[in-house]
Design a protein around this ligand. Structure first.
Ligand SMILES: Nc1ncnc2c1ncn2[C@@H]1O[C@H](COP(=O)(O)OP(=O)(O)O)[C@@H](O)[C@H]1O
Ligand SMILES: O=P(O)(O)OC[C@H](O)CO
Length: 503
């Protein structure tokens, strides 16, 4: 048996390949960022060919960094930014348009039109577990077919393929136009708004309403099984590709949230809280998504409730790149530490409208509570606090849906190195916040899915026993201040509603 398992993590801002050992420790990593393309206000795109080039480069880089060969890798898993939508030509492998990213709001009008059809919002919520929103893939596919010259005819003729980034990476890794396999898993498919959550198959009537030919949709397989082998020319040539999980579900798996009631929060470009609800599909009454958590081989499907928050770490990036107020993401903590509190300022980053629990596409960002007193330190604090307040809102919704208040929160992602944020998170939630030793839980989760399929790991118990705590933050804010701050935050949120006037 080969000694390691690899994972490709195709994220919103970068692509990395990581290699893990049997204890779940990181043996090697290679990472490349890709361009964020903003053609118009509210539009966000990626160049899919750049992403595929970065995938190839990081696979080779990760092997080289640890002086390994493909023969030492037992399996590779794929995890990815979810919902981001690509349509390409099956014969040439060329995308017909850039990938439309999950944060993109151009499908506003399409979403409103779909809501006006028979069944409206309720039909989508019951079948797919999702509210009608610009976030999901189906309306993005429709936009491409409606707006790219000739795309609809080519799709109807069977010449075009759709995929999220898992499918794009898998298809290319297994040969592209030369025998590439066109497959996805239920965690990704559950974010397209085209999959029936009970049957885990494409819903023909929803696809028909969106004008999407079924022939362009990938086959839905489980999250953990051998789909194919890496093509001979690839750095990982011959290695079985044996796991696919959307990145937030992968982090849930990598955090060993394997029993109902266990939850994690990933702090990346956005924040995503997932609560394992077991084999029961719970429909939220409080603005959360119902989604597939994972499906391991032919075992029963495990579901989750999800609080998806569009803008958290990307607000820090915005401060760095658009305002040049900081030169690195880490610098925000230094500024925030120059002051005791937010000075009365609250920053609601509704750049893509508001996701959970509001689902308001008419909201846009606002900073409220400004006076002459407010300085750079206060704003830095308000930026970090926005992440923690938004998390509190989705955890409150989860507690209301499940009826069982969360006692601890496992955290991971790029922002959890920020000590001030983690302490404020524990304070504003009133629960302990726990960071694991291996914070790369997304890639690790995909590696586990792949390693389980090839018997590199025996069972999910291995995942539990590999998990270890690094650091824990306990709440220290008094109750009245906590509730006062949270009240102000909720008031600030209402100020962003209705900014965009859609007809
Ligand atoms: N020290 C820090 N404090 C606050 N935010 C940070 C810090 N370091 C990184 N970030 C934020 O974390 C995000 C990157 O996290 P990552 O998990 O790599 O994101 P993704 O997987 O979404 O691409 C960026 O948006 C960045 O602004
Ligand atoms: O790539 P991330 O970590 O920003 O995650 C993006 C989510 O999957 C979007 O739903």
């Amino acid at each position: 048996m080969a000694s390691y398992v690899a994972a490709v993590d195709q994220g919103t801002t970068s692509t990395r390949t990581m290699i893990f050992d049997h204890s779940g420790n990181v043996v090697s990593v290679d990472q490349r960022e890709h361009e964020q393309i903003f053609p118009k206000a509210g539009w966000v795109e990626h160049n899919a060919e750049e992403i595929w080039a970065n995938t190839r480069a990081t696979a080779a880089g990760a092997l080289a960094n640890a002086d390994l060969t493909a023969a030492e890798i037992a399996a590779v898993g794929i995890t990815n930014q979810r919902e981001t939508t690509l349509v390409w030509d099956r014969k040439t492998g060329k995308p017909v348009y850039n990938a439309i990213v999950w944060q993109d709001t151009r499908t506003d009008r399409i979403v409103n039109e779909l809501g006006a059809l028979g069944g409206g919002q309720e039909r989508y919520r019951e079948k797919t577990g999702l509210p009608l929103a610009t976030y999901f893939s189906g309306p993005k596919i429709k936009w491409i077919l409606d707006n790219v010259d000739g795309a609809r005819q080519r799709a109807e003729a069977g010449d075009l393929l759709f995929g999220n980034m898992d499918t794009w990476v898998l298809w290319n890794m297994t040969g592209g136009p030369d025998g590439g396999i066109h497959v996805t898993d239920p965690t990704n498919a559950s974010r397209t708004m085209l999959m029936d959550l009970d049957t885990l198959s494409w819903d023909e009537s929803i696809a028909a309403d969106m004008g999407i030919p079924l022939s362009m949709l990938p086959e839905i397989r489980s999250s953990s099984e051998e789909y194919g082998k890496v093509r001979e020319r690839g750095a990982l040539a011959g290695v079985p590709i044996a796991g696919i999980l959307g990145d937030q579900q992968a982090a849930t798996f990598g955090q060993a949230c394997l029993s109902p009631g266990e939850a994690k929060n990933t702090y990346g470009t956005g924040n995503f809280v997932l609560l394992n609800t077991g084999t029961e599909k719970v429909l939220s009454q409080n603005g959360l998504l119902t989604t597939v958590c994972y499906k391991i081989g032919d075992k029963d499907t495990v579901y989750a409730l999800e609080g998806a928050i569009a803008v958290t770490g990307s607000l820090v990036q915005w401060l760095r790149d658009n305002l040049q107020m900081i030169t690195s993401a880490a610098e925000i903590e230094e500024h925030a530490r120059t002051v005791e509190d937010n000075g009365g300022a609250y920053f609601v980053p509704a750049f893509s409208g508001l996701f959970a629990p509001y689902w308001r596409s008419d909201a846009r960002g606002a900073i409220v509570g400004l006076t002459r007193y407010v300085n750079k330190g206060h704003l830095a604090r308000a930026v970090l606090e926005a992440t923690a307040f938004q998390t509190r809102e989705v955890i409150d919704a989860m507690n209301a849906d499940s009826g069982v208040p969360l006692k601890t929160l496992k955290v991971d992602g790029g922002m959890v190195v920020n000590d001030l944020l983690m302490q404020f998170q524990a304070d504003i939630l009133g629960v302990s916040v726990i960071r694991p030793k291996v914070a790369e839980t997304t890639a690790l989760g995909a590696a586990y899915a792949a390693g389980l399929a090839v018997k590199y790991w025996e069972s999910e118990e291995d995942i539990r026993s590999n998990w270890a705590k690094d650091k824990q933050w306990e709440p220290s804010m008094d109750e009245s201040r906590r509730e006062h701050e949270y009240h102000n935050w909720k008031k600030a949120v209402t100020k962003t509603f209705g900014w965009v006037e859609t007809d």
